[in-house]
Every structure is written in structure tokens, then in C-alpha cells.
Design a binder for this molecule. Structure first.
Ligand code: MG
Ligand code: ZN
Length: 262
């Protein structure tokens, strides 16, 4: 997986939305790591190092009472659109900030900033997922407010984001009716790792061949515990339940903290 694809080589570029940078390093000089028999142990080492930093991120966020949610999906499922709407609807009663992950461009961080929230863009270059070190560096730049809500929009990819703990409270997966009902079976690791499954673009249901019952059955077969929320980030249908879920996570974090203190 990522040990050979260029992920995790510390070349991520982090930019605060609103800041122009002119020296984007299109550095294609990284040597590909040619590992064959060593692949498995290298993966384990990469993941162990990642988990250590993720725990530090988790502690950093807990000290500040920040609720961090790691949003994963395939490209184009509507993560950024969901965040734009969520910022509009929630930012009045809870500060929201966003870490945006994409291979290239500042486009999504600019969209988030235009929607009214602070954002940093992490450009992963060749990398296909965010890792805990990128998030640690992004947190330094972003400096989110205590008691705020932090969304981490992962790189669009249903494969390796499942493996990388970023220090978040919960992962969620966004999928959409245009992608077909069989995604939970094709990407079981991502669906199994998610605390919530958002089914987006339900406004397009009349125009596509998507069977909701089949999707729910398949998603539950992979992950019986995760809630499934059908919604449309475009029309706003179903987003009340999404806000309730966020509130529930904030409250469960607070009760977890009071348990930890006793
Ligand atoms: Mg996006
Ligand atoms: Zn990756």
C-alpha cells in the first residue's frame, strides 16, 4: 500500500487558507522505495509511528476540548459541500475549523474559508491519505479554538485512510447514491472503521439506480454499530440528523472526559 506509493515521505505542503504561496514544490525527484520482501514490516513500522503521533494529537485535542472528526470518502462524494453547509448551519453556536487534504490545489480550503471557517490545506503530493504527522503540523498552523469543532477532510480515497489514525474522535465515511449500493462490500475496511456512514446526494435518488435497502443491509453487514444517515448536502434534506449526531459526539466526549478525571 502506501509504503510504496509515496505516502508518508514528509513532503506534504501545509497552507493556511487566505495565504498565497508561490513556491509550490512540484518535486518529483523522490525516489520510489523499492521494497519487496520488506513491505510488510515497513508498513507495520509506518503505522506504529503514525499511531504514536496520533495519540499525541488526541491528547493535544483533548486538552483543548476540541471535537475532531475525520471525514473520508471517494473523490466527488460531497465532503466539501457537506462541510460548507455544516459551517453555515453550525458556526453561529460553535466555532468550526477545517483541515483540508488533497493531493494538489488550495481549492477546497478556499471554499471552506468562503463558507466562513478557518482552514488549512494539506497538499500530499504523491500521497493518497492524510497521516498523523501532517495533521500535527496542520494543527500548529491552524491553532483551532478550545471547545471548537474540527473537521479533517481526508484525501478522497476509500482505501488507506481506513488504516491511518489521525487522533480524531471518530472517522466517518461519506458515500453517495451515484456511487452504487455495493461500496461497503468493495471497501470493507473503510466502512468498518467508520463511526457514521453518511449517504449523500439523496436528492438524486429518482435519477439513479440505487437501492437504499440494499445499501443499508450491506453497510450493516460490514459495520452493525455505525449509524447510517441519508442526506443531501445540496438541498439540506436530512442534515438535522447529522447535526444531532455531531452533538451526540460532543456530549459523549465530555462524559468520557469526566470519567477519565475520576
Ligand atoms: Mg473536497
Ligand atoms: Zn495512502
Amino acid at each position: 500500500m502506501c509504503a510504496t506509493c509515496g505516502c508518508g515521505d514528509d513532503s506534504a505542503v501545509i497552507t493556511l487558507a487566505g495565504e498565497r504561496h508561490h513556491d509550490h514544490p512540484h518535486d518529483h525527484s523522490h525516489e520510489h522505495t523499492h521494497v519487496h520482501t520488506e513491505t510488510i514490516s515497513l508498513e507495520q513500522k509506518v503505522l506504529a509511528k503514525n499511531d504514536l503521533i496520533a495519540e499525541q494529537n488526541r491528547a493535544w485535542l483533548a486538552e483543548r476540548d476540541i471535537l475532531a472528526l475525520n471525514i473520508t470518502s471517494s473523490p466527488g462524494a460531497g465532503k466539501t459541500t457537506l462541510l460548507e453547509r455544516t459551517i453555515g448551519e453550525l458556526a453561529s453556536h460553535r466555532p468550526v475549523s477545517v483541515i483540508e487534504g488533497d493531493q494538489e490545489t488550495l481549492l477546497d480550503a478556499e471554499r471552506i474559508r468562503a463558507a466562513g471557517a478557518r482552514a488549512v490545506q494539506v497538499n500530499t503530493g504523491a500521497g493518497c491519505h492524510l497521516d498523523a504527522e501532517m495533521v500535527r503540523r496542520a494543527l500548529e498552523t491552524l491553532d483551532p479554538k478550545p471547545q471548537s469543532l474540527l473537521f479533517i477532510e481526508n484525501v478522497g480515497n476509500l482505501v488507506c485512510p481506513a488504516l491511518f489514525d489521525l487522533g480524531e474522535h471518530s472517522k466517518l465515511v461519506v458515500t453517495s447514491v451515484t456511487e452504487g449500493a455495493d461500496k461497503p462490500l468493495k471497501y470493507p475496511h473503510m466502512f468498518a472503521a467508520a463511526g457514521l456512514v453518511v449517504l449523500n446526494k439523496i436528492d438524486l435518488m429518482p435519477y439513479v439506480d440505487f437501492d437504499l435497502e440494499t445499501f443499508e443491509k450491506l453497510a450493516r453487514s460490514i459495520n452493525p454499530a455505525a449509524a447510517i444517515l441519508p442526506l443531501s448536502a445540496t438541498t439540506g434534506e436530512g442534515t438535522a440528523a447529522w447535526h444531532d449526531w455531531i452533538e451526540l459526539q460532543a456530549n459523549s466526549r465530555m462524559s468520557q472526559r469526566s470519567v477519565d478525571k475520576t
